[in-house]
Ligand binder design. Structure first.
Ligand code: SF4
Ligand code: SF4
Length: 357
């Protein structure tokens, strides 16, 4: 025998934490029963017995620059793309080696998207995109909803906004998945209630993408769940541009992309930030901070783009003779940075990264 002893769920979870996961849950593949073909991971690995779901916290501090209106790359990278495209895969590779060393096949799935036959934002089937390789199979790529996976693995619940809420971090995490032929003891589906229908997500959503009145009900893993009807296209546009009138974006022109992602100017104002603030204030989360995210009397600032752009006097004084058009930087960045990363395959298609926020 060239592999190590059988693994238990406890072994897998301990290793996942050692590798850098903050939370881990396990579901039997049978919990996907009832999912439509195009979203059913059992078509990706038919012999899989278990799905391991890893959660990685979004650093609260990665939202700070967006909150203050002074720095935007940090959330888009450290709080979003790098978690999905770099940190998650690093943990997945380590876990993959661990599973293989114990004789199990494991399919590592990062939340990066791009090849789905069903558009993850619109939910529409992409005609002319791909063909099933055999009759009865779904069209490639099958796409897995990472929030549904987290629910099936017992990590938390869907909030009213459809953001996934965990007892540890509320809406503040991203997920990666591993399908394996190891038969591991599953976690029960979470039956607690984190979301209290406070509607802070609705009030603070600058895309008006979360309906305050209309909801969607579904049965997932045999459990009825409900969340707000969402306008994903409105969310996507507002998230990238900083609200319907760009009121949360201080930028005048184009903005550079890092890891293929930089356009997160609305900064999940409702479904992550307002929700997080609310849950922290109500002490609903097990992970607490010494200081609140917002000071008493905090008020959301907004930019009025109908007013002409003006250089502040202090900038004119400080940079006299050294002021250039923003295009100089944008062109430099596209040519020297984004282009290099694209060539190295480090960019992703944001439109299919499994939704935004
Ligand atoms: S902001 Fe309130 S209503 Fe919205 S998901 Fe969070 S807890 Fe639920
Ligand atoms: S990311 Fe922003 S626009 Fe999209 S649902 Fe969340 S709060 Fe609304």
């Amino acid at each position: 025998m060239s592999y190590e002893a059988e693994l238990t769920a406890a072994d897998v979870k301990a290793k996942a934490k050692e590798c850098g996961a903050d939370i881990v849950g396990i579901a039997p593949m049978s919990r996907w029963e009832g999912t439509d073909k195009q979203h059913d991971p059992r078509y990706i690995f038919p012999d899989a017995k278990s799905m391991i779901v890893f959660g990685f916290r979004i650093p609260r501090g990665s939202l700070r620059g967006v909150e203050e209106g002074t720095h935007y790359l940090n959330y888009a990278t450290m709080g979003y793309a790098a978690l999905n495209s770099i940190y998650g895969p690093m943990v997945l590779w380590e876990m993959n080696r661990f599973m293989e060393d114990h004789g199990y096949e494991a399919v590592p799935m990062a939340n990066v998207g791009g090849g789905e036959a069903v558009n993850p934002l619109t939910g529409n089937f992409r005609t002319g995109w791909s063909r099933p390789v055999r009759p009865g199979l779904p069209a490639p790529d099958v796409s897995v909803d990472f929030r549904v996976a987290a629910f099936l693995a017992g990590l938390g619940e869907f909030g009213y906004s459809r953001a996934f809420l965990t007892p540890e971090f509320g809406p503040r995490q991203r997920f990666a998945i591993m399908l394996t032929d190891a038969e591991l003891d599953p976690d029960p589906i979470y039956t607690g209630h984190i979301c209290d229908r406070c509607m802070e997500c609705v009030k603070n959503c600058h895309g008006h993408a979360i309906s305050p009145t209309e909801t969607v009900k579904k049965v997932i893993g045999g459990v009825e769940v409900e969340w707000a009807k969402r306008d994903e296209m409105a969310c996507s546009k507002a998230f990238r541009e900083g609200g319907l009138k760009r009121e949360l974006s201080p930028f005048e022109g184009s903005y550079p992309r890092k890891y293929g992602y930089g356009l997160a100017h609305e900064g999940s104002c409702g479904c992550i930030r307002a929700c997080m603030v609310h849950l922290e204030e109500r002490r609903k989360l097990t992970r607490e901070f010494r200081a609140p995210f917002r000071k008493p009397g905090w008020k959301q600032w907004e930019i009025d783009h109908s007013k002409p752009y003006e250089l502040p006097e202090e900038v004119v004084r400080e940079y006299a003779g050294n002021i250039e058009s923003h295009d100089a930087y944008t062109n430099y960045n596209i040519n020297s940075n984004y282009g290099t990363k694209a060539a190295a395959g480090l960019v992703q298609d944001n439109s299919s990264s499994g939704g935004v926020a």
